[in-house]
Ligand binder design. Sequence first.
Ligand code: GLN
Length: 551
Amino acid sequence: MARFIFITGGVVSSLGKGLMAAALAALLQARGYKVRIRKLDPYLNVDPGTMSPYQHGEVYVTDDGAETDLDLGHYERFTGVPARQSDNVTSGRIYQGIIARERRGDYLGATVQVVPHVTNAIREFIAADLEPDLDFLICEIGGTVGDIESLPFIEAIRQFRNERGKDELGRPCSVSIHTTLVPYIAAAGELKTKPTQHSVRELTSLGIQPEILVCRTEHPLPDSDRAKIALFCNVRKDAVIPALDAKSIYAVPDQYHEAGLDAEVLRAFGIADAPEPEMARWDDVVDRLFNWESEVTIGVVGKYVGLPDAYKSLTEALVHGGLANRVKVRISWLDAELFEHPEADIPAQLEPLHGILVPGGFGERGSEGKIASVQFARERGVPFFGICLGMQMACIEGARNLAGLAGARSTEFGAADEPVVGLITEWMSPEGLQERREANGDMGGTMRLGAYEAVLAGNSVVHSIYGEDRISERHRHRYEVNIHYKNALEQGGLLFTGMSPDGALPEIVERPDHPWFVGVQFHPELKSKPFDPHPLFASFIEAAVKQSRLV
Ligand code: GLN
């Protein structure tokens, strides 16, 4: 039977609860335990799929096609455990299920209420769909204790803990970790523990006495402050874990281990015989991170410049590509719209780069600038990586400039003379559509989400990069490259080297006459890990290293 670890946050948001959850999971895993991490989000959106990247950062897509919180990306990067739809729930989804049941009459005339109906649904979610041999489920609660919208979640956890109680050996079935901030007041030259005391009081007033406190600070937490927090908050002094800002997120597992977090968690569960953690995997990552041999600069030509959370997985996958090659990857964020200005000096901006990446995106804004940067990379022989919208832009560039199709465009941006990119309902035959519907459910103009297989061409660059004939990668897009333009694009040197297994949808394009030019319809960044860099990112950065020796 799995043990449950609940992680709440107090004082302020952005305390790095998600990273703490991920790092704790990595540490328990390093001790040989099987872990899974879940996130409970108190907001009312059914999922973050409809939220702007400005509001919420990246939407992380799972194999089973769920659009989830970006923290699930951290969880997967730190543990390698593929996240699932059942690992992220929001108030919106909980209420949606309850209201649907109420409309069906499932409640048999009862009054449907937050307690017990909403709290029951939350409790069911926490324990649903778990592997029978799971050792620990870590459950992070979004938001901050004291928020109105998180109350049903805290109440559900209180009930859950109370109900599960202790096992037959008298050991607790759950542990609560509360994360707080210990601010430094420069004028007084002191760290202040009062916000932590208040936050723990708030949590205990809701019926949850945390066993462990994780205290984020910018300055080392003196022993006397740990003792004071322990006294006021009713926890052991050793269970007051100081958490200083880390040099890198990948140094966080090591730092929490040094601070005693995993040991305290095991102690709180009454587990005395845990193996010591095997940290070689993380030691190697940290070694590669800080002991690099050279540097490369990758230009990311996108829309959400200055908003790194919008490209969280992409940024990490580039870092991982650097780890694979022992180089430091610097990212130059470039606003695609600036390249559309008539006086824009595109070469001046792109010449210093060792690789150009056009990431995923939605909408027309900046698309001509992205196409211009594809053209620059192609003509100058600069390594080019196009992801999702980036691959679509690469196809339009090739169609316009090498296949003589001046009207090439994506129908996402309006009517097109040459719909090189479009909805499959716009370009697939009725029979083809019918077949796909039968095989994959409704495919008409809806988002293609989650893992799909692709078949790689034998002699292609991508085949040698993956070393496999068939791959599985995650998708999140509505539009597809139109297979009817295959011949025209291939004559222009852009080969279709990855296809959906039925041969209908182009998944990968590449230019064999170029040092490194690959476009993919999927999002490889979602599956990259620091200890297992995605092969496409490793290869792209390797090409950038070669490029850096030329310029
Ligand atoms: N907007 C494009 C589509 O929907 C690309 C999406 C993306 O890059 N994720 O097909």
